[in-house]
Every structure is written in structure tokens, then in C-alpha cells.
Ligand binder design. Structure first.
Ligand code: FES
Length: 102
């Protein structure tokens, strides 16, 4: 198994983003059902903390000015021409969430 263990699945609540720090990178975890997605915590607009934003299903809204991202891809979905944030592959095995940072 590759990746770095960052949390257990049962520690995450759907709709509640969670900040983790791995290798100096600040990454937000988003649980959607039994899936977990991960993307950079810093908003592409002005660096707002996405981990403090509102998560509705797969859409994560920045708390500063409301840009919204699809947590599955990191793509900005509002406004339409906003820059994306980096997304990270997630592995879940035996209830453990692992991030692949390569
Ligand atoms: S810093 Fe996130 S929307 Fe402005």
C-alpha cells in the first residue's frame, strides 16, 4: 500500500471538511458518503482556508468570497473561470485514509 496515512474514515463526518498537514502541505479532506476526496486547502482566489468552508455533497465553498470547488477534481465550479486547486489521490483500506502526494 502506498501513500501517507492521515486519518481514519470513521473520524470524518460527511459535510464537515477536515484539515490535515502532510509533508508541509495543507490539505482538506472531504467525505461524501463512503468516499473521501482531498484537495489543497488554500483557495486559488486569495488563499482562503477551504477547510473552514461549507461542504455540500461534492461542492466546497470558500469562506472568504464564496468561490466553489468540486472536491472530486479540485475544479472551480463558481465562478466559471476561476482557477482550480490541486487535488490528491486518496486510498482507503481497512478504514484508513491515505494520501498519495507524488
Ligand atoms: S479567497 Fe477564496 S473566494 Fe476569495
Amino acid at each position: 500500500m502506498s501513500g501517507t496515512a492521515v486519518a481514519r474514515l470513521d473520524e470524518l463526518t460527511a459535510g464537515v471538511p477536515r484539515l490535515v498537514e502532510v509533508g508541509g502541505a495543507r490539505i482538506v479532506l472531504a467525505r461524501v458518503g463512503d468516499a473521501v476526496y482531498a484537495c489543497a486547502d488554500a483557495c486559488a482566489h486569495q488563499g482562503g482556508p477551504l477547510s473552514q468552508g461549507k461542504l455540500s455533497r461534492t461542492r466546497l465553498a470558500c469562506p472568504w468570497h464564496g468561490w466553489q470547488y468540486d472536491v472530486r477534481t479540485g475544479q472551480c465550479v463558481f465562478p466559471g473561470r476561476g482557477a482550480s486547486v490541486r487535488s490528491y489521490p486518496v486510498e482507503i483500506a481497512d478504514g484508513e485514509i491515505r494520501l498519495v502526494l507524488s
